[in-house]
Design a protein around this ligand. Structure first.
Ligand code: IPE
Ligand code: IPE
Ligand code: MG
Length: 257
């Protein structure tokens, strides 16, 4: 079979080249608000609208998992007022959106150290997850008080506890054993990483899982990120050859087979 020319195929008809899992650092809310002489929280609120749009686009394109970085382990360093407003916004958005997400068959999962959150927020999170757990559509993962290093540390600690309890021999610790205790276990690995807002860094997002992920950076600020901007990222993704350590020739032979 001749290699399919991806440029000729409309993206909706080319599911094979669509990522199964998209992970996004939603950055640029503050600068979006600043450009409009408005408080940063206005940018965060506008950002929630973009989340809605993106959930709809991913569901329509039958992307399996969308992981969004909402609050990093390091974001506690922001002024207390902004942290509090962000937490409030998180609670309001959860309460407001969970019904709609459920109606749209979305499974919601929150990853990160939730023990640092106020009790009410922890309760909202548990409710939202329970309400949507039986759904079979898009998996929406929200990373909140999440850090890639935290994730690896908590997984390592669990392994150490298993060893201490005599349930696991250190020789059994391999990549799969550690992966089993990471927050995204059971989901396909992220294929496409998107960071909006112009910075080209990972900022302690999914460190383990990004090992072979395709990276895409855009200047577009998160509240301005829309369906066309997302399609541009998907188009960039489908033009790439993912080699996973092999040669380009090997990959081409496999595609032609
Ligand atoms: C991302 O936008 C949202 C969070 C980190 C919560 P920022 O708030 O970082 O926006 P900029 O980078 O200051 O523009
Ligand atoms: C990363 O954005 C975290 C989230 C989007 C939640 P930041 O704006 O906090 O990242 P840095 O500090 O500029 O690297
Ligand atoms: Mg930022």
């Amino acid at each position: 079979m001749p290699a399919r020319k991806t440029e000729d195929v409309p993206i909706t008809d080319y599911h094979g080249a669509l990522p199964r899992h998209v992970a996004i650092i939603m950055d640029g809310n503050g600068r979006w608000a600043k450009k409009r002489f408005m408080p940063r929280i206005v940018g965060h609120k506008a950002g929630v609208e973009t989340v809605r749009t993106m959930v709809r686009h991913c569901a329509e394109k039958q992307i399996e998992v969308l992981t969004l970085f909402a609050f990093s382990s390091e974001n506690w360093r922001r002024p207390e007022k902004e942290v509090n407003l962000l937490l409030e916004l998180f609670v309001t958005a959860l309460k407001r959106e969970v019904k709609r997400l459920n109606e749209n068959n979305v499974v919601l999962k929150i990853v990160g150290d939730r023990s640092a959150f106020p009790e009410t927020l922890q309760q909202e999170i548990a409710n939202a997850e329970a309400t949507t757990s039986g759904n079979s559509g898009l998996k929406l993962v929200i990373a909140a008080n999440y850090g890639g290093r935290w994730d690896i540390v908590q997984a390592s600690r669990t392994l150490a506890e298993e060893v201490a309890a005599g349930k696991l021999d250190p020789s059994q610790i391999d990549e799969e054993a550690l992966n089993r205790h990471l927050s995204l276990y059971g989901m396909p690995e992220p294929d496409l990483f998107i960071r909006t807002g112009g910075e080209e860094r990972v900022s302690n997002f999914l460190l383990w899982q990004l090992a072979y992920c395709e990276m895409y950076f855009t200047e577009t600020l998160w509240p301005d990120f829309d369906g066309d901007a997302f399609d541009a990222a998907l188009n960039s993704f489908r033009k790439r050859q993912r080699r996973f350590g092999r040669t380009g020739e090997q990959v081409e032979q496999e595609q032609d087979a």
